[in-house]
Design a protein around this ligand. Structure first.
Ligand SMILES: NC(=O)c1ccc[n+]([C@@H]2O[C@H](COP(=O)([O-])OP(=O)(O)OC[C@H]3O[C@@H](n4cnc5c(N)ncnc54)[C@H](O)[C@@H]3O)[C@@H](O)[C@H]2O)c1
Length: 386
């Protein structure tokens, strides 16, 4: 198959990393045919590093150039939906960076535009390629775990120091980023959560804003979730703890799964707890437990490049996508629901999520948001850190 001609919108940390990886041959099915950035210094950097790739000042000019079949949108989150909608209108396929957007209302519009356009819409949920989470999902779908009772994910190793928050004017304010740890670092885990366990029906959450950093958005979150089938979940994240933890614990009928340090440990019950409960006649005791290490494979390409190749194949040959763009709304709804609950002190109902009310609440935050006074712009190669 011919390589997919891809344009890159935004030549910052992520956009430049994508270009570097593709040009280095780490994606097999993609070629970068245009770049655009609204900042002169970033356009200059692109021209110096990639002299053969045309560089544009605006997304609109790149869209009109006829050089690309598809674009990847790698600009700050608020603009993902509007730039995607314009690209669909220009007849282009789109893959957007995470998160899908900042609030569900704008992402619903993007999904509608994608649907109407008939173009291929993907999202850069590169962590779906992590063999550990793919394996857990497979085990759940195969019924190996039985009913899931409780899931706890402590993901506090997203440490970001003040220099990070100050590295671009748009970072970590309500007006320019629209949130903190939930909207920037956690979209991957919130997507994986719904990808593995499905969508909760309601969420209550508690969070602190600027507890560890000089920022106005959240840097510490604890959320409790309930599911229609009785499963409960606790999700804890912070950008202010070091070294922090990334530990996912799943209590299920067949035992306990612990995911830590990229390994899956299964404390497997010989018989399911529910069966033991029904059949045990002696007080006390537990099912016999087998301590198992579940083998997981490894990737031969960087995660982001797997997603790009998979997306290119979907465009060219109509194959299924690992990360369809329309699924971006799910993780974002969980994220918005956590904010909604913290803003109002009420449960967030995800089955009837109040998209308009959430947008109004966020708009209030945006109105009183203050520009940062400590910005020291830095662009760095992010490969391997997300
Ligand atoms: N998938 C991942 O692992 C991953 C990792 C890092 C960042 N991201 C996502 O990528 C996006 C960008 O993050 P970043 O760290 O690269 O930010 P960044 O600030 O380093 O880069 C953004 C670039 O976009 C440019 N830009 C802004 N508006 C534009 C527009 N309308 N048209 C063209 N260019 C425009 C800016 O000038 C800047 O150079 C964010 O949404 C972030 O969440 C994803």
């Amino acid at each position: 198959m011919d390589k997919l001609k891809l344009g890159v919108i935004g030549f910052g940390n992520m956009g430049s990393s994508h270009v570097r990886n593709v040009v280095a041959g780490k994606a097999k099915l993609v070629t970068i045919t245009a770049i655009c950035d609204i900042k002169e210094d970033r356009r200059q950097a692109a021209k110096e590093e990639f002299a053969d790739i045309p560089v544009f000042e605006t997304a609109e000019e790149l869209y009109k150039s006829g050089l690309c079949e598809a674009v990847i949108i790698a600009v700050p989150h608020f603009d993902h939906p509007s730039l995607a909608i314009k690209a669909f209108d220009a007849g282009l396929h789109v893959i957007t960076e995470k998160p899908a957007g900042v609030y569900t209302k704008q992402v619903l519009e993007m999904n509608e535009a994608a649907e109407k356009s008939g173009k291929v819409f993907g999202i850069m949920y590169n962590q779906r390629t992590n063999p550990v989470y793919a394996k857990i999902r497979e085990l759940i779908q195969r019924g190996e775990l039985g009913t899931i009772k409780r899931v706890q994910w402590t993901i506090t190793d997203w440490y970001r120091c003040q220099a990070y928050h100050d590295s671009a004017a748009w970072r970590s304010t309500w007006a320019t980023e629209g949130g903190g740890a939930l909207i920037n670092q956690n979209p991957h885990q919130l997507d994986l959560w719904q990808w593995m366990f499905g969508m909760p029906s309601k969420i209550m959450s508690f969070m602190s804003f600027g507890k560890y950093h000089n920022i106005e958005v959240e840097d510490d979150v604890t959320a409790y979730m309930e599911y229609d089938n009785g499963m409960t979940g606790v999700y804890i994240t912070s950008t202010g703890e070091a070294p922090g933890t990334n530990r996912l614990e799943i209590a299920c009928d067949m035992g306990t799964i612990i995911v830590e340090k990229n390994k899956i440990h299964f404390r497997r019950n010989e018989i399911s707890e529910r069966e033991f409960e029904r059949t045990r006649t002696i007080p006390f005791g537990k099912p016999e437990v087998w301590e198992c290490e579940i083998p997981v494979g490894s990737n031969s390409q960087p995660e982001h490049m797997i997603i790009l190749d998979n997306y290119a194949k979907a465009v060219k040959e109509g194959t299924d996508m690992l990360a369809p763009g329309k699924e971006g709304i799910n993780g974002l709804t969980i994220s918005n629901a956590m904010h909604y609950s913290a803003f109002t002190g009420k449960w967030a109902d995800l089955k009837n999520f109040p998209h308009d009310e959430f947008y109004e609440l966020l708009s209030e935050k945006i109105k009183t948001s203050k520009p940062k006074t400590t910005v020291k712009e830095v662009v760095s190669d992010t490969t391997g850190t997300y």
